[in-house]
Write a protein that binds this ligand. Sequence first.
Ligand code: AVJ
Length: 326
Amino acid sequence: MNLQLNPHAKVSGHPVDDFLTDVLEGLKSNPKRLSSKYFYDEKGDRLFQEIMAMPDYYLTPCELDIFKNKTAELAQMIIPGNDPFDLIELGAGDAMKSTFLLKYLVEKETDFTYMPIDISGHILSVLHEKLSRELPDLKITALEGDYFEMLQKAASLSDRKKVILFLGSNIGNMSREEAEEFSLHLNKNLAKGDKVLIGFDLMKNPQVILNAYNDKEGITAAFNLNLLNRINNELDGNFIPEQFQHYQTYDPVSGACRSFLISLKDQEVMIGNEKILLKENEFIDMEISQKFSPEDISQLGEKSGFTMAGEIMDSKKWFVDTVWQV
Ligand code: AVJ
C-alpha cells in the first residue's frame, strides 16, 4: 500500500529513486500525469505560501476563522475525556491554524503533548523554536517523517489517547480511492476513543472554487510549472516550462477541481536517458483538489469505521472541520 498520499508526507526509502520512478511512470502513462505530492520543494513551499496569501484562495482564511473564532467549541469536540492525550498533527508545517488551539488548551491547563509530524525537518525546528517561545508550557515532541511511520512511533512513545489533526483539505489531493485507503489505515492505526479532526473544503459556487485555483497573477500556474523545474534540477530533465500552459477546471457534478499542464507544441523531453514525447495540446494531469458534499464526508467516515463526533464550519459555511471517533 502506498502511504505517501500527501504532499507533505515523507518519501521513504530512496527519495530520489521514488521520485524518478513516479515521474517516469506518470509520463509514460496515457494520459500523462505527475503527482502534486512533489510540488513542495523549497520553491514550491514558497509558492504555496504565496497562494495562501492570495485574496481568492479562501481555504486558509476559512479554516483560520474556525481555529481563531470557534476555538472553545473545537476544543470541546476533540478533547478525549479527562485523560492526558497526544495531539498529533499530520503535515504540521508552520502550524499557523493549530497554534490558536494549542494556546487555548495550554491556557485551560489541559494535559496533552503536541506532536507535529512533517517531512521537513527544517520546518519542524522552526516550529519547535516558535512554539517554545510563544507557549513555554507546551509539551512538544516533533516527529520528522512519513505519516504512518511516525504515527506508529507516536504510539510506541506513549499509550495515551490520541487526537489526530489533518487540516487544510489536504485530503482533497487524494483520489476518492486514496482518501478511503488513507482513512481506513488511519482508523486501523488508532484505538477506541481516539479522534481525528479532518479539514474538508466544501462544494460551493463553482466560480468561487475555480477562482481560487485560477489566479490571474499566475501563482498557481507557477506552482504547477515548478514541478517541471524540479524534475530538471533533481532528475536531470530538460523541460522548457515556457512551452507548457496551466489549465484549471472545476466540475460541479463530481466536485473535482483539477489542474493540467498543456503542451504548446510537439516536443521531446529528456529525463536522464529517458525520452518523453509530447504532442501539441497533449495534457499532463497534475493535481486534484477535491471538493466535498456533506454526504461525501459522512460516507467516507462510515466506510472507514469511524463514528461522527462533531463538525464546525466557518461563518461562510465554505469549509468544515469534521471530528471522527474510533
Ligand atoms: C495544500 C492541498 C490544500 O489543493 O487547495 C493550492 C494545494 N494547489 N492551490 C489545495 C493547492 C493549488 C492545496 N492543498
